[in-house]
Design a protein around this ligand. Structure first.
Ligand SMILES: Cc1cc2nc3c(=O)[nH]c(=O)nc-3n(C[C@H](O)[C@H](O)[C@H](O)COP(=O)(O)O)c2cc1C
Length: 377
């Protein structure tokens, strides 16, 4: 009954939960230290994690980034994740809504999120290749209305499309379509990657064209080349499009992608994601310049393993660790982490410098940017 797009979503989810689908390459977050402040001159309870994000306000700087919907068997996942997002006051994205645009009977698998989370910041989702192949503002508005979304994410996933058996590696004309959509969508448009990382060149081009929200989704976490190669292997014995080392090492590592994003779009909202696995990772991506941290795979895995309670426990402990990090950096607000002293060394510093980023200058400018926020002063 369900379309090919729909059954692929289900296959992905099964594979991702049970297989090794994370890149061998790291996020490079191990080359960042937030300097410990042994005399914070404040109380832990005074720390507020509230933060503005793409026109909304979150109780904590965290987002469950888009994963699922589009198959009857996965509707419960969107519902359960949305319930937890609502409880914790964090943002949540649904997965690509293409399947429901193709077959309206699947709309309910996305609508459940809004029903379960009347107040949460919810993000609709469609893929760039669909824009190249004919989708436009009409489909984007449909996706937004489907879940009464606060924002819409357009995902850029060229690496995944290049290695998927039935992939659509079509990206010509996408930039113009994104620009048109961001003007006409009626809600903020977020451009996101899916685990191979945005770059400063792409962010600068999009920012110049009016896009103001980005989710870097860098290398070091879920790797879609790996997922597609495994999926192809399980079907055909060996992958139809072998990826070799690209499955582990192609992409822009998360820590670097966050710095490039803030550098290329100083006034943008930035989600630091891709391999964020705990509250320290989350605090580090924020200290590097993100507004909020995002994660996908750990939320799906904990939900499958232990249900709603497990996801709540996981995300609550991440939020508490971020709160403790803000306190231990001697700050009271999330963006205080932008001005907290940090150390950036090793490969991250070298790669950033090789990409034309003066790391010490970057850190100084970020400190000044923190002062633009009334809450931080
Ligand atoms: C099961 C699963 C399904 C996903 N489906 C989508 C999707 O439909 N649209 C999208 O933009 N990103 C999708 N992603 C990518 C995530 O939003 C995220 O960018 C990526 O997984 C990196 O974060 P992580 O390392 O925390 O998983 C999916 C990720 C997972 C794990």
């Amino acid at each position: 009954m369900t379309s090919e797009t729909s059954s692929r979503k289900l296959e992905h989810l099964k594979m991702i939960v049970s297989s090794m689908v994370e890149a061998r390459e790291s996020t490079l977050l191990e080359y960042v230290r937030i300097v410990h402040n042994p005399l914070p001159e404040s109380n832990l309870d005074d720390v507020s994690l509230e933060v503005d994000f793409c026109g909304g306000r979150l109780k904590a700087p965290l987002m469950i980034t888009g994963m699922t919907g589009g198959h009857p068997d996965v509707a419960w996942i969107n519902r359960e994740l949305a319930i937890v997002a609502e409880e914790l006051g964090i943002a949540m994205g649904v997965g690509s809504q293409r399947a429901a645009i193709e077959d309206p009977r699947l709309e309910e698998t996305f609508r459940v999120a809004r029903k379960a989370a009347p107040n949460a910041f919810l993000v609709a989702n469609l893929g760039a290749p669909q824009l190249s192949l004919g989708y436009g503002v009409r489909e984007i508005v449909k996706a937004i209305e489907m879940i009464d979304a606060d924002a819409v994410a357009i995902h850029l996933n060229p690496a995944q499309e290049a290695f998927q058996d039935e992939g659509d590696p079509y990206f010509s004309g996408v930039l113009a379509k994104i620009v048109e959509a961001s003007e006409k969508a009626g809600v903020p448009l977020i451009v996101k990657e899916v685990g191979t990382g945005l770059s400063k060149e792409v962010i600068a081009a999009l920012r110049a064209a009016g896009v103001r929200c980005f989710d870097v989704a860098g290398l070091g976490g879920t790797n879609w080349v790996k997922v597609e190669v495994l999926r192809s292997k399980s079907k055909h014995g060996s992958p139809l499009k072998p990826a070799g080392p690209l499955a582990d090492y192609w992409g822009n590592p998360t820590a670097l992608a966050v710095m490039e994003a803030r550098n290329a779009a100083p006034d943008a909202y930035i989600v630091g994601s891709g391999g964020v696995r705990n509250g320290l990772d989350a605090a580090k991506v924020i200290a590097l310049g993100a507004d909020v941290a995002g994660l996908a795979l750990p939320a799906a895995r904990s939900l499958m393993a232990g249900g709603r309670d497990a996801v709540r426990r996981l995300l609550s402990s991440i939020i508490y660790q971020v709160k403790a990090s803000v306190f231990l950096a001697g700050e009271l607000r999330v963006r205080g982490l932008w001005r907290a002293p940090i150390v950036v060394w090793g490969r991250l510093r070298e790669e950033a410098e090789a990409r034309g980023l003066d790391v010490d200058m970057y850190v100084r400018v970020l400190r000044l940017q923190a002062l633009m926020y009334k809450e931080v002063k």
